[in-house]
Design a protein around this ligand. Structure first.
Ligand code: ZN
Length: 141
């Protein structure tokens, strides 16, 4: 099923709190503002990095972690519904002091040094995540 009739509602531009966990900070904004559907991007810098690689054979995330100061080159994601609550799904690209990049599925803890968020709330049919037999992931039904 393809849904196309979405309209942008509120647009948020925020500096997220220094020292907070990135995923939690986005979740908190959504909870406080009642956002259940939307898309977002973040740029900035982090003081630690935790991210996942989905093993398609094992059907589970391998959790990867790196301590240190990194550029938050790009993070993009969306807000939809899982288990009756707003759920954040984001992917992130980090850069080290040599300009090398690494990243994956955003996980906690990823500690914010400085982060600028652009979030656009959408209005339209809500997207609900359910377990998908083919991939083992929770996808939009
Ligand atoms: Zn992902």
């Amino acid at each position: 099923m393809h849904r196309t009739d979405y309209a942008i509602q509120r647009t948020f531009l925020r500096t997220l709190p220094h020292g907070d966990d990135l995923l939690s900070a986005i979740e908190t904004l959504c909870r406080e503002e009642g956002i259940v559907l939307g898309t977002f991007s973040v740029i900035g810098a982090v003081a630690s990095a935790t991210y996942g690689y989905y093993d398609q054979q094992q059907r589970r995330y391998k959790k990867l972690e790196r301590d240190g100061a990194f550029e938050l080159i790009s993070c993009s994601g969306n807000v939809s519904i899982k288990d009756d609550n707003p759920f954040i799904h984001a992917h992130i690209l980090f850069g080290d002091e040599k300009g090398s990049c690494f990243g994956g599925h955003l996980m906690s803890p990823t500690k914010i040094f400085a982060a600028e968020l652009l979030l656009q709330e959408l209005d339209g049919e809500r997207l609900v995540r359910e377990h998908d037999e083919t991939t083992g992931l929770f996808l939009w039904k």
